[in-house]
Write a protein that binds this ligand. Structure first.
Ligand code: NAG
Length: 256
């Protein structure tokens, strides 16, 4: 599949958690009618020079290559095999194999920033440092380097819902307090490895969805439901992660 498709697919999937399929068409349809009478004044010269024009993706939605080059399974790889009516991201929009095409697409869009997420289990297949995967990590080194060459600033999400499945199986995922320290170690590694080139970090994408729909309604991975306490225990651990990063962020520049 082509590069631009990777980005569109992502936008469509990002909307999926909050809206009905195809709901995005309505949104885009509105813009197809521009300019409205009198709107012309707003169509140029309104944005500050340093406005961050960006597009964004999440690893599971676009990368594909779900078991390539030593990548471990994530909870989405197992969730989509569990009889849930969700399309798998085994191939996704195959950005892992089309990195250069996607980079060209980003350049064509003339954005100043590109937001993407790291697949934790591509870097640490079982979730912890001992399983470090050099090839998977190099994928992100290349991506970041090539973005910078094109003067596009990377905005890196550390966690966009794809927990290494091993941590789910052995510890119960985010419901276990140990996840806070395990995540910190993963994040420290990412800061050390990519920090020189990455000015903007996002800790956890939409923690509410992780807690409520991952461990409450079971609509997203890991698809756990029927324990009314669980979303709160998960939420508590996610908040601890967040607080931890606010505390350490005095030494690393990322937006709060
Ligand atoms: C993860 O994998 C590494 C390398 O195989 C191993 O040393 C480590 O014990 C594993 N960790 C867990 C928690 O299974």
């Amino acid at each position: 599949m082509s590069g631009p498709l990777a980005l569109w697919t992502c936008l469509a999937l990002l909307a999926a958690a909050a809206a009905k399929p195809n709901a995005g068409l309505k949104t885009w349809g509105r813009f197809s009618k521009l300019p409205y009478p009198g709107d012309k004044a707003f169509l140029y010269d309104t944005f500050p020079k340093d406005f961050m024009w960006a597009v964004g993706t999440a690893a599971y939605q676009v990368e594909g290559a779900f078991d390539k080059d030593g990548k471990g399974l994530s909870i989405w790889d197992t969730f989509t095999r569990g009889g849930n009516r969700v399309t798998t991201g085994d191939v996704g929009s195959d950005s892992y194999h089309n990195i250069h095409t996607d980079l060209r697409a980003i350049e064509q869009l003339e954005v100043t920033h590109y937001r993407f997420s790291l697949s934790w289990s591509r870097i640490f297949p079982n979730g912890t440092r001992g399983s470090y995967n050099e090839i998977g990590t190099n994928y992100y080194r290349t991506l970041i380097k090539k973005l910078k060459e094109r003067h596009v600033q990377p905005v890196v999400t550390l966690y966009h819902w794809d927990l290494p499945d091993h941590l789910q199986q052995t510890l119960g995922g985010w419901s276990h307090p140990e996840l806070v320290g395990i995540f910190k170690d993963y994040a420290d590694f990412c800061f050390q490895t990519f920090g020189d080139d990455v000015k903007y970090w996002i800790t956890i994408d939409n923690p509410f969805v992780v807690a409520r729909h991952g461990y409450g309604t079971g609509v997203v991975a890991p698809g756990i439901k029927n324990d009314p306490d669980l979303p709160f225990r998960v939420g508590h651990n996610l908040i601890k992660v967040r607080v931890l990063f606010i505390l350490v962020s005095s030494t690393i520049p990322f937006p709060l």
